[in-house]
Design a protein around this ligand. Sequence first.
Ligand SMILES: [Zn+2]
Length: 466
Amino acid sequence: MWTSTLSLEPSRVVITRLLGRVWRGAYFTSFAPLRVENLPRQTLPASNWVRVRNTLAGISGSDLQLVFANIDPRVAIAALPEYGRIAPGREVVGEVIEVGEDVRQLHVGDRVALQYPFNCRAAGVHPVCRSCASGNYALCEQISFPGPLPIGSGWSEELLVPEQQLFRLPASIDDEQAVLLEPAAVALHAILRRLPLPGERVLIIGAGTVGLLTIKLLRALAPHAEISVQARHTFQVEQATRMGADSIIYPQKRYQDAERVTGARLVRGLPGNQVLAGGYDIIFDTVGTKRTLHDALRWSRASAALVLVGNSLHPMHIDLTPIWHRELALLGSSAHGLEEWPAGSGTLRSTYALVVEMVERGELRLDRLVTHRFAFNEYRQALLAAMNKAESQAIKVVFDFTRTPASTVPNVRAARRPAPAPARASARSMDSGVTKPPSSALLRVKGHFADVTSVDESDPDETDEE
Ligand SMILES: [Zn+2]
């Protein structure tokens, strides 16, 4: 099956990053982190595992950071042993095509979405860690897991995981909505880290998929909040306005815009040193660069909260003094899990389930955000479209596995038969459909990438919005 992995050894990341500054084709070579290869199908590794045939899989900002080697190997997360090899594509919807004999909740034919990441309950670890015990699987404290790890990913024809990692989708959610369930859950989890009160001024930095979904969710959950959005591109301004933003902060004159919208006073010291006296009550930063965090700290009024959603994988040199002087709260937000909802009720609900219920009640629409679909063999074009939003005007770019030639995706029923013997001697090129000998560099760049140079290079540390 065609699958992809990200190998993040420091030497690979550093070389790719350096070469990428002068030649963007470096990100698609055999020494780059991304590896796309055709591996033999494997049998289910345990009786509680499930085989999913993927239908749609999104490209997230986090995926792009790693594909384009936008990571410093000195950051804390890079010290974790399993960070060296990551399966990209956590936004995925698919169909269950095989279940192990001890699978209890899922059946062949069920449509499912992945609940990333792997965690104690999925791995069968006993006792589970404190985070997993409370349902916050994204905060799992296990450093490594005994037993098999998930096989495949969203950017893969098939995905093999324990059933505990899958969320069964109701018929009311179609595939295009379902592939946005994960980013919607990311946005909902972030909002519930600090739910705005009526009349509070809220800023969302970034108008990518998560930023736009944050607007939509805030409109439903905090209808009396005043919502500003900092958008980078014109088409994002249009989307943010359509989804209910009250005002737009433009990058070029963002301090003046923030002053005008909040009614704060813009104060200037030495050249380049400016800060708002007053400002926002809550800021959701869905970009997460040094620049956005720097601005957010200076646009926050006393006792404000900054919810950090988009994340940088670089150590930052940054002025933190507003945190002390204004008693700001910095709140990290990571993926999703269980939420206390309604707030204060003591009732814990799955973030995914809450999003689905909001869609079913008509409080949240997940359509019209998928702007680009690519077959999986067009992965380079897909990644470049997602990376270069100024040109592509992409909101959500997805891999559409129904566009992949049928011969590369096994028939649903065929998967219920015992898996075929490993066939290492045959690896087909996705570009040509021709059978070729196996090669570790099967999809090595063959020629010049005319479109690679169009990647936005305005800020090498700013991959894009989540
Ligand atoms: Zn855990």
